[in-house]
Design a protein around this ligand. Structure first.
Ligand SMILES: NC(=O)c1ccc[n+]([C@@H]2O[C@H](COP(=O)([O-])OP(=O)(O)OC[C@H]3O[C@@H](n4cnc5c(N)ncnc54)[C@H](OP(=O)(O)O)[C@@H]3O)[C@@H](O)[C@H]2O)c1
Length: 253
């Protein structure tokens, strides 16, 4: 795990009330994060799913500590309604994400859908929840980006572009929410063993480990988290020689 501390935030997961989006899948990073938050003493975790029928295992594991709500992040017009119901939230984790595999010259509808889920969904929810976080002492915002925020993966050009946009918004939100004392944590995983990465032929870290790393980073007041060894190595290689990294990725395409 690699993370960089530079915030003076005093956020603590112990006693927090969290909202985690898109956490209905048994193998997902969302589920790993919910489990880790509760294990670290979060008081309550609101979980949004698209289909509440997928939530039964969450109730079985955590009982009344989880509250499951139906929400599709692309329904941006419903973000304010959700925030209105969840006045006690002091941590928002934007986890819901979509990978279509669309190339740059690929399908326009798939590309737009990726940007709706990966960029405009989190932005709308953040707009709605920023005042809630402010009222609850500043709190914290966690955005699940990707190492693909930093360079374009041939397997998912449109996905990489959406995560690059989310990375830029992560930096902007940190600046814009600094005045209200909100810790903004950007998480940049490499390949993680979830349904999304099923077809990626690389060694993968576990979603449970990512969840635990997120908890540690929040408690430490970190702003950036590279939660797995492969992703951290790729990011280090990119920083050392961005052009060499671009050429290496292009040769895989
Ligand atoms: N796995 C990796 O290698 C990896 C690497 C870097 C970053 N990430 C990021 O990590 C996050 C979690 O992904 P994952 O790997 O855990 O993949 P996953 O198992 O495919 O989970 C994605 C989740 O997002 C939800 N979702 C998709 N579209 C949605 C929408 N419109 N509204 C609400 N929820 C929606 C899905 O819900 P349904 O079950 O209803 O489809 C699912 O629960 C994503 O942001 C992803 O981009 C993953």
């Amino acid at each position: 795990m690699s993370h960089a501390a530079s915030s003076s935030s005093k956020f603590q997961v112990q006693g927090a009330v969290a909202l985690v989006t898109g956490a209905g899948r048994a193998k997902g990073i969302g589920r790993g994060t919910v489990d880790a938050l509760i294990a670290a003493g979060a008081r309550k975790v609101y979980v949004t799913v698209r289909d509440v029928k997928t939530a039964q295992p969450l109730y079985a594991a955590h009982g009344a500590k989880v509250v499951v709500l139906e929400h599709d992040v692309t329904q941006t017009g419903r973000a304010a309604e959700l925030a209105g119901k969840l006045a006690d939230v002091n941590l928002v984790v934007h986890n819901a994400g979509l990978f279509t595999g669309a190339s740059a010259l690929g399908d326009d509808a798939e590309q737009r859908r990726e940007f709706e889920v990966n960029v405009f969904g989190p932005l709308a929810l953040t707009r709605a929840f920023a005042p809630v976080l402010a009222r609850n002492g500043g709190g914290a915002l966690t955005l699940i980006n990707s190492v693909a925020s930093h360079f374009s993966f041939p397997l998912g050009a449109s996905y990489s572009a959406s995560k690059a946009a989310l990375h830029s918004f992560t930096q902007a939100l940190r600046r814009e929410l600094a005045g209200q004392g909100t810790l903004v944590l950007g998480v940049y995983p490499g390949p993680i063993d979830t349904d999304m990465a099923e077809k990626i032929p690389m060694e993968k870290a576990s979603p449970a480990d990512v969840g635990r790393s997120i908890v540690a980073a929040l408690n430490a007041g970190d702003e950036d988290l590279y939660p797995d060894a492969t992703g951290a190595q790729m990011y280090a290689a990119h920083r050392q020689d961005p052009k060499a990294m671009e050429k290496q990725l292009a040769s895989m395409g």
